[in-house]
Design a protein around this ligand. Sequence first.
Ligand SMILES: NC(=O)c1ccc[n+]([C@@H]2O[C@H](COP(=O)([O-])OP(=O)(O)OC[C@H]3O[C@@H](n4cnc5c(N)ncnc54)[C@H](O)[C@@H]3O)[C@@H](O)[C@H]2O)c1
Length: 252
Amino acid sequence: MGRLDDRVIIVTGGAAGIGRAFAGGFVREGAKVVLADINGEQAERSAAELRAEGGEAMALTVDVSDQAQTEMMASETIAGFGKVDGLVNNAAIAIRVKHTRAPLEEIPLDEFDRMLAVNLKGVFLCCRAVLPAMKERGYGKIVNISSGTFFNGRENLVHYVASKGGVIAFTRVLARETGDAGVRVNSIAPGLTASETEEHDIEEFAARVPNRAIKRIEMPEDLVGAGIFFMSAESDFISGQTLVVDGGVAVH
Ligand SMILES: NC(=O)c1ccc[n+]([C@@H]2O[C@H](COP(=O)([O-])OP(=O)(O)OC[C@H]3O[C@@H](n4cnc5c(N)ncnc54)[C@H](O)[C@@H]3O)[C@@H](O)[C@H]2O)c1
């Protein structure tokens, strides 16, 4: 018996990094997962890995900033697995998608727009796409991935950090709007996580370690327990919250 037996969960940006770790954890707990990612080839490779381990997994090529593609994501999930119980809004311009790290004056306007379109409007669109089906069944679990940068105001990333602050605000509103419909909406704020060590010097991750209560590099697997908790019945009376999973940098 797994904690997520027969649950159907969409993980956006599930092809790689933290999203891939969530998908693996959900499958280990008995869920069927949909990896919805703009990188469809990588999503298919990851879904095939999960199926090879005995799990049920489907890959979809989805740009979360495109309304029609998010609607297709919801309808294909229901066509393939019969329902949608959970959605993890994890896709973002974060590590794998290149972006400018610079003072405000140097951030290109079109990049600011794209950051908000993927990281915030993408959350809005994916929720809109799945909510009708969740409300119809009176059940749904939504987890929005924010970032610890919201708490510490990481410099040279105003577009990213603003988008992630928006995710927390969005979570609070949607939790209130959907509580009576049986939908729970929460957020997870990871610390700097080594989701792609090839492109990022491991020293950048190591540099954050002294600020932590738990002094080691954060890995994608460190976030999976929080994801399973929010997807499981154990969190049924929790909504509108943000759980910081950063090894104790931001201490509330
Ligand atoms: N890695 C970190 O240090 C860190 C820290 C705090 C928060 N986060 C958040 O965690 C989440 C996952 O981060 P990660 O490190 O795994 O990032 P990543 O860049 O490794 O993976 C993101 C995934 O999202 C996909 N994606 C990008 N744009 C998309 C779009 N428009 N539509 C659909 N899919 C798209 C990518 O193809 C990729 O598979 C993000 O929301 C990120 O902001 C990461």
